[in-house]
Design a protein around this ligand. Sequence first.
Ligand code: FMN
Length: 334
Amino acid sequence: MAAYQTIPHKLRIGPVELKNWLVLAPMAGITNIAFRLMVKTQGAALVTTEMISAKGLTLYQERTLGYLKSDPRERPLAVQIFGSEPRTMAKAAEIVLDTEAQILDINLGCPVRKVVKTGAGAALLLEPGRLREIIREVRKAWPRALTAKMRAGWKPGHPLAMDMARLLEDMGADAVTIHPRYASQGFSGKSDWSIITEVKKSLSIPVIGNGDVLRPEDALKMREITGSDGVMIGRGAIGNPWIFSQILLLEAGITPQKPTIRERREFIEEHFQLLCHHVGQHGAARMMRGLLLWYTKGLPMSSRFRGAIGMVKDLSSLTRAMDLYFSALEERDK
Ligand SMILES: Cc1cc2nc3c(=O)[nH]c(=O)nc-3n(C[C@H](O)[C@H](O)[C@H](O)COP(=O)(O)O)c2cc1C
């Protein structure tokens, strides 16, 4: 894709100066090291790990510690933790301090039952006293940039966003991300960007808007409508990491092109190689099957390919199916 011709708007989080205003959302099961590295090649200024259990970290569980693995090329990196016990959260922050992460993010948005029943995630929006204590303890343990990512509140009619965002600022958070759906909504309905506008108006720390940025133009629209300092993208980047470079091109006044079949193929192959390197061939083949469904969404002749890879069990059949499909697409494009 073409080089950017203007300097993009920038975002600063505490001492961390980001090269632009685009952030990859934390997504459990998705934003692993390979995905983050690939997104970074498309210009995202900041990438975030998936949410990591503070308790799991403090128990030194091998699997949980594995989520902290990072690569120098993805820096600056934000690590997101979740939990409900102030001391455990602070202890987890100390463990993250041993990594190269520049930003620690506290999850105040996860609505999943397994998480909220422990008092963590979005459940913390119902307990300002506990939240205050968590931020106080974590702030003491974590001298680097501290952020939190929150929902609009627990359920409609109980708007909390402003109060909670102010509490976070008062307690020393360096930025707040807001996904303006209520926890009770899950992913239904549309995110209410007017809540981002309100939060932005009442804080002096940077506010990052999130929710329903699915096309490049949505990101510019969100920033313009809400005045947010940054924009975070989740689902819009799955199978479509080019969204970041496309937004930067749009910002520079250039109409972005879709990636060619060849570019797409090379990108997917690189993603696959990275996965193989980080999780081994077996895990990579399993994850890639899911990712390929996203990467090939809307492409010609994709339904047969998508049906075929659903049945594929091993790495060699997967690469063969991929080769056949992309060769057929390239042939068709000639
Ligand atoms: C598969 C999936 C996993 C997610 N995992 C997390 C997570 O670990 N931590 C978090 O704060 N939000 C998580 N989210 C929420 C996203 O970060 C984001 O707030 C939400 O998807 C709305 O943004 P979007 O419309 O750009 O997708 C997840 C979302 C999805 C779709």
